[in-house]
Write a protein that binds this ligand. Structure first.
Ligand code: SF4
Length: 489
């Protein structure tokens, strides 16, 4: 009898989970393609949550949620989200947060799980968040002026962690991608102020509250005309743009000389044939399309100086481009020394350089930047700092992904940047690019309020060195706000 009582709910949980897991493919498809004409990702989860609510009592839901969390790695993310939403509907806030976080720990592209977590944290049963109100009258230029190519052959408007829905594929004609149905739907969401496809956690323009009203964002006359027509009582559906992107972020090759644990498990290098294919694609289809872009960033996906393809792109670019300072280089800095600078003839072409560093001390650096040498980095940073001071380019920014292994070095990193001649520092929270298990990610992610080191992180974020105008707090800003609030109490 006793065994039956224990067994019966488990069998029921398994049946419910099996039923819900079967909906995962449809959920992921809807998440990737919001204009498919089928149900939205959120509607699918709402229907699944209703199903849970009609099958399990509040008491059984508690048991079901704990049962799912026990083996969350094997449960689909749509099931975890549906269970989280079902918990919100019965005001079981703590379990709702934990279920949503089980998704957030393995998939940083799931905007619904981020929302479920934040709604549960403030006990908002309709899932509305204060940031939604803030966004209503703000404008972001990215979907009107920018394009980002990704290594999985998709194209986005900005980083896929900030806005996971792709607007097209790399092998499609870029002008069609630029005005695809998804592209227009994303533009609509910005003009209507709902920002449905943008991450409140990872986009620094949102988490850092850096967006302003349309009139203050310096939009082009074409964009102003579209926006005004949309605001008029007779709404215009014309969201296609004649203007081409003003900025391109080329992130379609992950080749790199390092294998940082937060990014990959081993060194990635594409072969000669793959590299030649990319050379051909970018030089043929994208060269014309991006000819009016005033900024071209290489790269958000690996290292420009460790990639055959990007080296070939840069050589071609500096040999043929006649306009000044269009390049933005994002690199780990280890291969960017004076010899590379001269060999690629970067003189006059560079606008800014961003270096991913993640440590202020050699010992930490050797772990978080696996394969890198701190001494060599410091030597290159001094070279670049001197070049920046001499006016060879305008911005040298050092980047730092905050995690358990390095968070105590946050304030000294701001000092180090100043010391080497950088005029910018940028902090961002850790994301899981598929390299950590859920448990590993939870262990490293000190930005999670539930992490045992989170209170210490907050006290570190109140440090005066982070108040300098050259420090950009990116996706860390909400935690800094909290740290300062606590200090004032
Ligand atoms: S994710 Fe951020 S940068 Fe990208 S479109 Fe949305 S608000 Fe703009």
């Amino acid at each position: 009898m006793e065994a039956e009582r224990i067994e019966e709910p488990t069998a029921r949980f398994q049946k419910t989970a099996d039923f819900l897991n079967a909906g995962n493919t449809a959920y992921l498809d809807a998440r990737r393609n919001p204009v498919s004409g089928k149900k939205t990702a959120r509607d699918l989860i709402a229907a699944a949550a209703d199903e849970i609510g009609s099958t399990l009592s509040a008491r059984l839901l508690q048991g079901f949620g704990e049962w799912l969390l026990n083996d969350a790695g094997k449960v689909s993310i749509s099931t975890l989200n549906a269970a989280s939403l079902a918990c919100i509907q019965v005001e079981n806030w703590d379990l709702a947060k934990r279920l949503a976080n089980a998704v957030n720990s393995v998939d940083h592209h799931d905007l619904l799980a981020q929302r479920l977590h934040d709604a549960a944290a403030i006990e908002s049963s309709d899932l509305s968040l204060p940031v939604d109100d803030w966004l209503k009258d703000k404008f972001c230029k990215a979907p009107f002026e920018q394009i980002e190519t990704r290594a999985n052959e998709t194209v986005h408007f900005c980083c896929s962690a900030w806005q996971p829905a792709p607007i097209g594929k790399l092998d499609q004609k870029p002008d069609r991608v630029w005005n695809s149905d998804v592209a227009k739907e994303i533009r609509r969401s910005i003009l209507d102020g709902d920002y449905t496809y943008c991450s409140r956690w990872h986009c620094p323009m949102i988490s850092g509250r850096r967006l302003r009203k349309l009139e203050q964002m310096g939009a082009s006359s074409e964009v102003m005309t579209i926006a005004k027509a949309r605001n008029a009582s007779e709404k215009s559906d014309t969201l296609s743009l004649k203007q081409t992107p003003n900025r391109a972020i080329l992130s379609h090759d992950r080749s790199c000389n390092l294998s940082c644990p937060s990014c990959r498990t081993k060194v990635i290098q594409i072969n000669r044939e793959q590299s030649a294919e990319l050379d051909n694609l970018i030089n043929k289809d994208y060269a014309d399309f991006l000819s009016a872009a005033s900024r071209i960033k290489v790269t958000g996906s690996g290292d420009p100086f460790a990639s055959r393809h990007f080296l070939s792109f840069l050589k071609h670019f500096t040999a043929t481009n006649t306009r000044a300072q269009r390049l933005q280089l994002h690199t780990n800095g280890l291969l960017l020394d004076e010899a590379t600078w001269n060999r690629l003839d970067l003189w006059g072409h560079v606008d800014s350089i961003w270096i991913s560093v993640d440590a202020a001390e050699a010992e930490t650096y050797s772990v978080v930047r696996r394969g890198g040498t701190f001494k060599r980095l410091m030597s290159n940073l001094r070279f670049l700092g001197n070049m920046r001071r001499a006016g060879a380019f305008s911005k040298l920014r050092l980047d730092f992904v905050v995690q358990k292994r390095n968070f105590r070095e946050v304030p000294s990193f701001a000092s180090l940047a100043q010391h080497v001649g950088a005029n910018g520092v940028y902090f961002l929270r850790l994301r899981n690019w598929g390299t950590f298990t859920q448990q590993e990610f939870e262990e490293h992610n000190v930005c999670d309020p539930g992490h045992p080191d989170h209170p210490e992180l907050l006290s570190i974020l109140a440090d005066q060195r982070l108040r300098s105008p050259s420090v950009e707090l990116g996706s860390l800003r909400p935690f800094v706000r909290e740290a300062l609030d606590r200090q004032q109490k």
